[in-house]
Design a protein around this ligand. Structure first.
Ligand code: NAD
Length: 488
């Protein structure tokens, strides 16, 4: 199958004619030939989007009219629910049952931001009867959206929906390892009646197509999700243009289990939190910190559950853990497994390729116990089905361990002591924290991280802040004093 760019309402190859090959994770056989975008392709896409911004109807439409189109996009996604899930499953190695959830969430993203934009008010500040100051939310301009390869369709829509809702035309640059599901977006947008030039898609390698989008002078906002190191490069590159940046970056999120917790539910959350979505999940609970009084019991039960996580072909309905995205990423995850063993962590489950899956990027659910903060597996994001377990004695030690990495995306606290739960919630360095719960999202709430996990927040009105400028107009409704200069 061949994938092309989508610019100004037309499917087009790269100006250079160049392409790259994308592999199927379950077999590592070449599956797709994809147009490889460069600065010239990005420029064509940005110019189309800029025309849509300066001359087109989209930024000027009442929010309610844009919302109607977004609801149409949601319906068009739902009509392709199964197809999107199948493409995503084949292209990313995500188990089909979990890929279905992502397609549903993608539709929900558009419905949700349709509601946000149709109910959004703007602010007025009155100064007695003398002055009226009102805020107008203006779409900021062409939005550059750069997305990662994990749950690609859902994450693309997580950016597209608010950017479009705010009135911004967009240029989307999907990840090169998972370009397939984005190829359904053009027909979805057309079916919903989105005006031409508002949605543009440029495939390509990050350092070329992505970097060109960041460097383009007519793109005032970049919303990026990906690795912390890439985020740092993008920040440097965006500095020249003084761009607005929204950065959703890596994580190494702790799940804390105190001995008064409901251990069965904490165990369910720990297993699901790190092995769902193949462990390729930014908010994965990849560090489990357990109070020493229940530590050995918890480790044994976690290892037993991990050993029973069903690893298999992504299309198999019984599969819980599919194939990792790419042989390069597989090798990277395996290098961490080797590092864990070399550094002296205790491997209690997994650690290698499961029987019966000789090809493709399959790794058994892997558990390391007795992991210390000095180890690389404790500090670095592995982004695969590998969890590190560390004991703690006191609340103070639990907090120190929780905060002992450079990341701060999510955290999960399991305890039946309400006061302790809230104490931890105040002190754990994380953008998002769940108490006695797995990662259940409420799209109205701010999503994002602290420290090396990101800058800014998206979600609900926080996303609208990213894609709009708050323009303030001051109106004198009485004669306000004017100091009189120049009277001699
Ligand atoms: P990545 O940083 O390698 O790539 C992300 C995107 O950036 C891709 O589209 C890539 O082509 C592009 N890119 C690469 N170099 C670029 C450059 N110099 N300029 C512009 N664009 C460039 O990330 P990945 O490996 O695709 O994704 C996995 C990472 O994403 C993990 O670290 C994960 O934690 C993170 N992530 C974070 C969140 C979050 O919300 N915080 C969500 C999902 C994934």
């Amino acid at each position: 199958m061949n994938l092309e760019h989508y610019i100004d309402g037309a499917h087009v190859p790269s100006v250079s004619g160049q392409t790259f090959t994308s592999l199927e994770p379950a077999t590592n056989r070449p599956a797709l030939t994809v147009a490889s975008g460069d600065a010239e392709d990005v420029d064509l896409a940005v110019r189309a989007a800029l025309r849509a911004f300066t001359d087109g109807p989209w930024p000027r439409m009442p929010g309610e009219e844009r919302a109607a189109v977004l609801r149409g996009i949601a319906a068009a996604i739902e009509a392709r629910d199964e197809r999107i899930a199948e493409l995503e499953c084949g292209d990313t190695g995500l188990p089909i049952t979990q890929a279905r959830g992502q397609a549903r969430r993608a539709a929900h993203n558009f419905r949700f931001f349709a509601d946000v934009i149709s109910s959004l008010g703007e602010d007025v500040y009155r100064v007695g009867s003398a002055q009226l100051n009102y805020v107008v939310r203006k779409p900021v301009g062409v939005a550059g959206l750069i997305t990662p390869w994990n749950t690609p369709f859902m994450l693309e829509t997580w950016k597209l929906a608010p950017a479009l809702a705010a009135g911004c035309p967009v240029v989307l640059k999907p990840a090169e390892w998972s370009p397939l599901s984005a190829s359904l977006l053009p027909e979805i947008m057309e079916e919903a009646g989105l005006p031409e030039g508002v949605f543009n898609l440029v495939h390509g390698i990050g350092e070329r197509a992505g970097a060109a989008l960041v460097a383009h002078p007519d793109v005032p906002v970049i919303s990026f999700t990906g690795e912390t190191a890439t985020g740092q490069t993008i920040m440097r590159d965006a500095a020249t243009g003084l761009k607005t940046l929204s950065m959703e970056l890596g994580g190494k999120s702790p799940l804390l289990v105190f001995d008064d917790a409901d251990l069965e539910r904490a165990l369910d959350a720990a297993v699901f939190g790190v092995f769902s979505l193949n462990g390729e999940r930014c908010t994965a609970s990849s560090r489990v910190l357990v109070q020493d009084t229940v530590y050995e019991e918890f480790v044994a039960r976690l290892a037993e559950r991990a050993a029973r996580v069903r690893v298999g072909p992504p299309h198999d309905l019984a599969t819980e853990l599919g194939a990792l995205i790419h042989p390069e990423h597989y090798e990277r995850v395996m290098s961490y497994v080797r590092a864990g063993v070399e550094e002296g962590a205790r491997l209690v489950a997994g650690g290698g390729r499961p029987d019966g899956l000789p090809e493709g990027n399959f790794l058994a659910a892997t558990v390391f116990a007795d992991v210390t903060p000095a180890m690389r597996v404790f500090q670095e994001e592995i982004f695969g089905p590998v969890v590190c377990v560390t004991p703690f004695a006191t609340e103070k030690e639990a907090l120190e361990l929780a905060n002992a990495t450079r990341y701060g995306l999510a955290a999960y606290v399991w305890t039946s002591d309400l006061r302790r739960a809230h104490r931890m919630a105040q002190s754990v360095e994380a953008g998002m924290l769940w108490i006695n719960s797995q990662n259940i999202r409420d799209l109205r709430t701010p999503f994002g991280g602290v420290k090396a996990s990101g800058l800014g927040r998206e979600g609900g009105r926080y996303s609208i802040d990213v894609y709009t400028e708050a323009h303030i107009v001051h109106v004198a409704t009485e004669d306000l004093p004017i100091p009189r200069f120049g009277l001699g």
